[in-house]
Structure formats: C-alpha cells, structure tokens
Design a protein around this ligand. Sequence first.
Ligand SMILES: C[S@@+](CC[C@H](N)C(=O)[O-])C[C@H]1O[C@@H](n2cnc3c(N)ncnc32)[C@H](O)[C@@H]1O
Length: 337
Amino acid sequence: MNLPDPSPVLDLIEAFRRSKTMFAAHGMGIFERLHERPATAVEIAQADGWDAGAIARLLDANAALGLLRKTGESYVNTAVADAYLWSGSAHWLGAYVRYSDEALYPMWGNLADAVREGGPRWKQTFGFDGPLFSSFFHTDQAMRDFLRGMHGFGMLNSPTVVRAFDLSGFHRLVDLGGATGHLAIAACEAYPELRATVFDLPRVCVVAREYVAASEARERLDVAEGDFFGGDLPEADIYSLGRILHDWGAEKIEVLLRKIFERLPSGGALLIAEKLLNEDGVGPVHVNMQCLNMLVCTEGQERSLGQYRALLERAGFAEVEGRVTGLAIDAMIARKR
Ligand SMILES: C[S@@+](CC[C@H](N)C(=O)[O-])C[C@H]1O[C@@H](n2cnc3c(N)ncnc32)[C@H](O)[C@@H]1O
C-alpha cells in the first residue's frame, strides 16, 4: 500500500514546539543578551543561575531556527533576531511574542471549547469577565504589550495599506480604534496634504500620544478620545478601520458602519485594513489561523472581500474595492456617492 507523505502531520505535531522555543528564549531575555555581544551557554547559565546544558539545548534550537548564529561555543543574534526580537529595534515584535506566549498560547489550549461554544476564552483561561477590551487591557502592561505588538505588525503593513488606493484627494482622515497611530502616521507620511486623527479609548490615547509625538508628521496628527460604538465620531472625509471589524460580530459591525456612513460627506470613503479570506473560506493559511485566533480571543472573525462587501453595502456604501497586498494585512476601500 502506498502511504501518503506524512510530512504535513509530522510538521504540525512539531509546529507549536518551534513557537515555544522562540517564546521561551524571548521570555528569558536571550535576544537582549545576545545583541552584538556573543556569549556561551555556560556564561549565560552562570549569570542567571540556570542549567548550562539545558540553556545550550535552547540556544542550539534557536540557532537551528535561524534566530541565533553559533560560532565555536558562542552564540549571537542573527539579523532577523536583531530586527524583530531585540527591544532596541524600531521593528521590535517582542511585545506580540510576549502577548502570544502569555495570553494566546494558554487560550489556544481551550480551542476545542471555543469551537464547541462559539466564543472567546478569556473567562475560561484567566477568569476575566466584562467587555472585550477590558480583558485585552487587564493591566497597563498587558495593554502596552498588546498595543506595541499591534504597532510592530502595523509598521510592516500600514505604509503599503495607505498606498493601496490613491488617497491624495482626501483632507482629513480619522483612524477609528487607531491604537498607537501607525496607520494615521503612515497616511500622513504618504500624503503631505493630509491631516489625521487617531481615535481610541481614553486609556489607549495616553499611549497613542507618545507614538504620535515621535512621528515626523506630528504637526498634522492629533489624538481624540472616544467610543466608536457609544459616542460621536470626529468629522472626516475619510475614516479608517485597521483590524477593527475582525474583532466584532455582524450586529456591532452594522452599527459602526452605518454610523461612519452617516457621518461621511458624499464623496467620502472608508479605508479598511484587514486580512482577506479566500471566497470559499479556505486559505490563505495565515488568515484561517487568525480566524480561529479571533474565535479564541474576540467576538469576531476574518472575512472574505465578498463578506465585507455585503456588510458595507448593507450600511449604504456604493463602491467597494479590495487589494490583496501580499503582506499580512490587505486593504479595502468603500466610497459614499
Ligand atoms: C485590534 S486593535 C487594532 C488597533 C489598530 N487599528 C491596528 O491596526 O493596529 C483594536 C483597537 O480598537 C480599540 N477599541 C476597542 N473598542 C473601542 C471603542 N468602543 N471605541 C474606540 N476604540 C475602541 C482598542 O483600544 C484597540 O486599540
């Protein structure tokens, strides 16, 4: 009997081990320690009172994964680790690594229950109750980690998302749920005539102001506190929603989209940054994974362009265009006639 190649199953048996190998090294400060200063396993173990043999195994595994370079008995970060796992880098993804290790990994342990019951796992895993973002932001550190994690991903995608469509005819953009402001910042950097507002919950605006102040486009940027479900929206001829719609179910989305549509002047638009699922729901794999992740930690899901178009048209928008960027985040624009 000719057996099929077992590689897909074998690979998936191992996949979480690879993630955890990086998470553990990151959590133990290895990529901070090995930025430009090589060290041996014995030196690292002695400094922290750790088991030298076990540290050597962890370092070797990270070297095999391409995150460390081993020369003789010494290890140092590779360029990839320096760019994304060392906290001094502007492109640091470490906050998202920590959030994945400390929040998502335990919650994914309850994935089957999330599927059975159709809802997030904050309460089951951590005992958190209440509105969704009070769980994400259960401490100030958790909020900052989440926002910096979003920022790291955003920096990789927003410059492309804001150029996916020609926005040069717009004057004021309001980025709803804009977090650190990476999308508003990228938009102002791409369009010299544009002014932009980062709109988010009051606690988040404290953090947003720090990021906006560091931007070269800060003269054209401001930050506004508010609740996009409960309160008024600042005036704009273009709104943006970056990874907002995937947090919520259809009813809340309809409320938000109608509100945006009513607030826009005719000729105005809504720019959306989300991952796009294939129309049959199968693939790209990273979007399916994020769709399950949304099940585990939010009220939402990932959607196809067709599904977004239906939601947008129900709220009144006329033309809806999508662009697959080839990056982790895709772009859509919906216009009001
Ligand atoms: C998944 S994050 C996306 C952040 C950002 N747009 C990005 O792409 O990185 C969702 C954001 O929505 C904000 N948010 C959640 N509920 C909100 C509400 N009712 N009003 C305003 N902002 C809200 C959160 O604080 C958070 O910054």
